[in-house]
Design a protein around this ligand. Structure first.
Ligand code: FE
Length: 192
């Protein structure tokens, strides 16, 4: 199904649902606006920036991700159990959902297309380094690569390593530099 097929189907579904009185047009608009403007990787980036700046918060976040993000009041659901794993000098982590496309919406927004791709889902488990390389990310040989399989119950987010040279930036500036892909583990921040 190509993009235009998909949008025609979406429009057809929307008008059916409205015709049958199941939803109203403005509910749909509100939901789209919500995911465009309020739910997205900028939320996760704020969490990461805070953890980089604040050692106590970092500890809390790694111990209990769901609890640690409560203070941000994120909306968007699908976040019953958030587990945050940190990249370190010796371990690089990457997230997948091998079964479908479970993803921490409230902190990362809508999953990218490739995350739902059967090729990514099956291959990143078997040959993570190779898949990461194909995505432009070379993990140093001396690092262990660990793959985390998200599910409906547990959704993972990566706490990236603070890149060299970023430590003097403010929390707000850091948050602007944290990419979605670095929080899935398919990008290493500050890498050239
Ligand atoms: Fe899934």
């Amino acid at each position: 199904m190509n993009n235009s097929d998909a949008s025609v189907r979406a429009e057809a579904l929307e008008s059916l649902l409205i015709d049958k009185g199941l939803i109203e047009a403005d509910q749909i608009d509100q939901t789209i606006a919500l995911y465009n403007e309020r739910v997205g990787p900028m939320n996760g980036a704020r969490v990461v920036a805070k953890a980089w700046k604040n050692a106590d918060y970092r500890k809390k976040l790694l111990e209990d991700g769901s609890k640690a993000i409560e203070e941000f009041g994120f909306v968007g659901g699908q976040i019953d159990k958030l587990v945050v794993v940190e990249n370190t000098a010796s371990v690089h982590n990457v997230v997948v959902c091998t079964l479908c496309s479970c993803y921490p919406w409230a902190v990362l927004g809508l999953p990218p297309r490739w995350y739902k791709d059967p090729a990514y889902r099956s291959r990143v488990v078997r040959e993570p380094r190779k898949v990461l390389e194909e995505m432009g990310t070379v993990v140093p040989e001396d690092k262990l690569v660990r793959v985390w399989d998200s599910s409906a119950e547990i959704r993972y987010m990566i706490l990236p390593e603070l890149p060299p040279g970023w430590s003097d930036l403010s929390e707000a500036d850091l948050a602007e530099r944290v990419s979605r892909d670095s929080m899935i583990g398919v990008e290493i921040l500050g890498a050239v």
